[in-house]
Design a protein around this ligand. Sequence first.
Ligand SMILES: Nc1ncnc2c1ncn2[C@@H]1O[C@H](COP(=O)(O)OP(=O)(O)OP(=O)(O)O)[C@@H](O)[C@H]1O
Ligand SMILES: [Mg+2]
Length: 414
Amino acid sequence: MKFNPFRPNSIAPPDLFHGRDEEMVFIEKSLFQTKNGNPQHFLIEGERGLGKSSLFLKVAEQAVGTTLLINDEKANFIVINVELDSSQSFVDILKTIAADFKRALSEKEKIKTLAADVWNFLSKWEILGVRYHKLDDSLIQPYDILNELVLNFERLLKQAKGHIDGVLVLLDEADRPDEKASLGELVKLLTEKLSKRESNQVVVGMTGQPGLIAKLKTSHESSSRIFTIFALKPLTTTENKAVIQSGLAIANRINKEQTTIDPDAMELISQLSEGYPHFLQEFAFKAFEIDTDNNICSEDVKEAAFGNIGALHQLGHKYFNDLYFTQIGSDDYRRVLQAMSRFSDEWVNRTMIKSEISIKDTILNNALQALKTRNIIIPNPGQQGEFRLPTKSFAAWIKAFYMLDEEPFRNHQS
Ligand SMILES: Nc1ncnc2c1ncn2[C@@H]1O[C@H](COP(=O)(O)OP(=O)(O)OP(=O)(O)O)[C@@H](O)[C@H]1O
Ligand SMILES: [Mg+2]
């Protein structure tokens, strides 16, 4: 038995993490600016599995000083790192932030003593939290709670001055709360109130799926203006390979038997993944598992990807089967999706589809109509007759399926 270092089902630990240089440089600068009183808030949008939570973990570890910054310095932030969810209201989000604020303080004995008022407040607030929960919603004053939180950030910064660099608030899955939770308004008010009170050492980072910015705007038109915005991209080929090499290095430190990989096998994993970190981890994990002679070759990768319990089926089960198999009975319709996948998530018209596959007009029309009705493809509101796939990762998955095998579905059991 060998330890498998790849993580298709969990956040990447910092030693398996590569890429995101642009975002990391910005965030590090932002931490420096925050320490000196000019916070640069940031918002990162990215599809499922693109590495948002892993990036935030890396940022959190650097901000608390567990790992060093790029300039080899050690930061010393109080880091609040929470995941939001669809059931949360405005008040629930504030309570979640406060609860993690308490956890973050509890890990810093000295700061806890210096800022005893804040600690007491957070301890009491949790009890109040239970009461709030039992109260009629209409009796809760959301803005009072926001003000209390602001006041306690201010107190902390004053009482622990010189002992901390500031506070970093990371909100993951920020697209999930309902529009009624008014997250846009919440962050706008929070950051404005803090700067009015000259508590300028609090920085907010937020991440969620595409659509987050639009959602924030529904509760406050200018909420997105407070953020510097990044759209997370797939990893580059070099970064893909660096992830695989780091994984093997981790494995070779733990396992007695050393594992190597052929260059063409590494290339194939990288190509199949198209830089989607989740895909990369899935392909690498399976290839590592399937290998029996301690050298991963391209045959191992092919079996890992295309086999009946392979990575593409795993990814299908996790994300795409419903779109690609359950909802579609016709192979012709799948061929249309296959043709569209060559254009990733760009707008595509009938001529473009017909340049990729030969298909009768009537069948193509029926396919587009059916796929549109089932929300599998999205019609262009600005241009009749144009459609696109919902995500780049869906396109990448379809392309991978067809990369080596023109008839990959003969073995499929959905
Ligand atoms: N920069 C990276 N380097 C290596 N692996 C990564 C990187 N980013 C993410 N991964 C891996 O990719 C997968 C998805 O990562 P993560 O959970 O961080 O994505 P996410 O965008 O938060 O996904 P979701 O939207 O589902 O929450 C995980 O298996 C993780 O280990
Ligand atoms: Mg995540």
